[in-house]
Design a protein. Structure first.
Length: 156
């Protein structure tokens, strides 16, 4: 290695802050698909240091994943989709029959139900439909009636 290259190499102190900064740079360079040797050359450290940094990064990511509560996040997503569908159905019930607002609200509700269904299939909580059927929109029959209507009026 020439004297010019040696002088360009950075010297990394081993303080926590500087190690974290170096690891961030290692991570950024690795995500750009640089080799370990190229990263080492850019940062002026050994390949072993780069390898150690990547192992530390992986360990931190594993810890973060372990702490991630998938069930809670799934529950939040389903709850949000239920809220969207419920509000859309409320909007549809309030809209005039045949109006664009009613159609739009019903479409929103159907999309929310479809997203919920796909999410539950993706996490294997519902049986996976035939692949050809999966990309088709889910069909749901919805009947909306005014709350003041009695069962007799509705059936006639």
């Amino acid at each position: 290695m020439s004297d010019d290259n040696k002088s360009k190499k950075q010297t990394w102190r081993t303080t926590r802050e500087e190690r974290e900064e170096r690891r961030q740079k290692v991570f950024e360079l690795r995500t750009r698909r640089l080799s370990l040797r190229a990263i080492a050359n850019v940062l002026g450290v050994s390949v072993g240091t780069v390898r150690d940094d990547l192992e530390k990064i992986k360990a931190l990511h594993r810890k973060a994943i372990e702490k991630y509560d998938v069930c809670a996040e799934l529950g939040k997503a389903i709850e949000q989709l239920d809220i969207v569908a419920s509000e859309a159905l409320g909007d549809a019930a309030a809209a005039e029959t045949g109006s664009q607002a009613k159609v739009s609200a019903l479409n929103t509700a159907l999309r929310a139900y479809d997203q919920k269904h796909r999410l539950l299939v993706d996490v294997d909580l519902l049986k996976n439909p035939d692949i050809a059927e999966r990309d088709k929109p889910m069909k749901i029959d919805i009947t909306i009636r005014h709350p003041d209507e009695t069962d007799e009026e509705w059936e006639s």
